[in-house]
Design a protein around this ligand. Structure first.
Ligand code: ASP
Length: 346
């Protein structure tokens, strides 16, 4: 009798362990990215330029996805995906960062892990090749959440990050963009692009593009990481910092709810604490990811006058990519095999 009971118990335990392993095997993973929102309409992009964006977004997605597929962390995946976009002049981050009023490049970035709520950010850095790596360094190697300006540059250098001088970030088109907008005394949030994606009419206030980049990933362990990187706004002055490096505004992650990365008019995203709001609506109101993300971007932000969009991913691998502008460079890839890369509104 005792023997039979022991055997039954052993069988039950084995089934449970098998079931658990099976669950682990089936843990979904996914990555979602954006390359900025704004007046991105088909007629402003030649087929050739459209393809360049699609290829770069696909490369970033695949790079992050392959890390997740091999069992890598969501933090490694978002950092790698963002670095691909930072190294491309197509986006307003890293190499493609826009110019400040003083003709310099001041970049912001942040990263947050949903398991521990650890976070790191840099504001107004100018000599680090990949700002997202500097943000991760702050998260992992400092006792702080955000470092800014010269101090942040020095911290990155001391820790062996790859540095770059102003010639690396110089881009004639972006510089011309600054000269045009300077005459208008406006801060560049708004522009129509020529067929290579650059500003041609700084007066066109209704037409805007925000070229920030972001990524959110869910790994096989069920951990979510969100990250954002930007050059900010053309012609910004006095050390202006937007929402991108602000935890809760431009970036947020919590394993219990979701991960979020925003792009848009930073001053509005800061005041509405947009990224955290998605998580809060899920936590306190029981909304789905899609409902919460749509509500903040297409209702609250529209009423508030804040243009832009966000990408978000929840613990079950659901994706949301709402925007209230004409387009948003965006895409996702899931372990279910689903892959999407889009630019325009449908
Ligand atoms: N949110 C960024 C900022 O305000 C701009 C962008 O998304 O392109 O700095």
């Amino acid at each position: 009798m005792v023997k039979v009971a022991t055997l039954l118990l052993f069988t039950a335990l084995s089934i449970q362990i098998f079931a658990q392993n099976d669950t682990i095997m089936e843990q979904k993973f996914a990555i979602v990215i954006h390359g900025g929102a704004g007046t991105i309409i088909k007629k402003n992009l030649t087929d050739e330029v459209e393809k360049k964006y699609q290829d770069k977004l696909t490369e970033a997605l695949n790079t992050g996805y392959q890390i997740l597929e091999k069992g890598g962390s969501s933090t490694d995946a978002v950092e790698a995906a963002i670095k691909i976009m930072e190294d491309s002049p197509l986006f307003n981050a890293g190499k493609g960062a826009v110019f400040t009023n003083a003709g310099t490049n001041e970049m912001d970035a942040s990263i947050m892990e949903g398991e521990t709520l650890n976070a790191g950010a840099v504001g107004g850095i100018s000599t680090v090749k990949n700002p997202i790596t500097a943000a991760r360094l702050v998260m992992e190697k400092s006792q702080h959440v955000m470092l800014t300006g010269e101090g942040a540059n020095a911290f990155a250098k001391k820790n062996g990050l790859e540095m770059a001088d102003s010639s690396y970030f110089f881009n004639q088109k972006r510089y011309d963009q600054l000269q045009k907008i300077k005459k208008t005394e406006k801060v560049q949030l708004d522009h129509i692009e020529d067929d290579e994606g650059y500003l041609i009419d700084p007066e066109a206030l209704k037409d805007s593009k925000f070229g920030t980049v972001g990524a959110v990933a869910l790994d096989k362990e069920g951990n979510i990481t969100a990250a954002t990187s930007t050059g900010g706004m053309t012609n910004k002055k006095y050390g202006r910092v937007g929402d991108s490096p602000i935890i809760g505004a431009g970036t947020y992650a919590n394993n219990e709810t979701c991960g979020v990365s925003c792009t848009g008019h930073g001053e509005y995203f800061i005041r509405k604490v947009v990224a955290y709001d998605v998580s809060a609506m899920m936590e306190y109101k029981g909304m789905s990811l899609q409902e919460a993300a749509n509500h903040i971007i297409n209702e609250k932000m529209v009423k508030f006058g804040g243009s832009g969009g966000l990408i978000a991913l929840d613990k079950n691998g659901n994706v949301a990519m709402p925007f209230n502008t004409k387009g948003m460079y965006r895409g996702y890839k899931k372990s279910t095999g689903e892959t999407v890369v889009k630019i325009f509104k449908e």
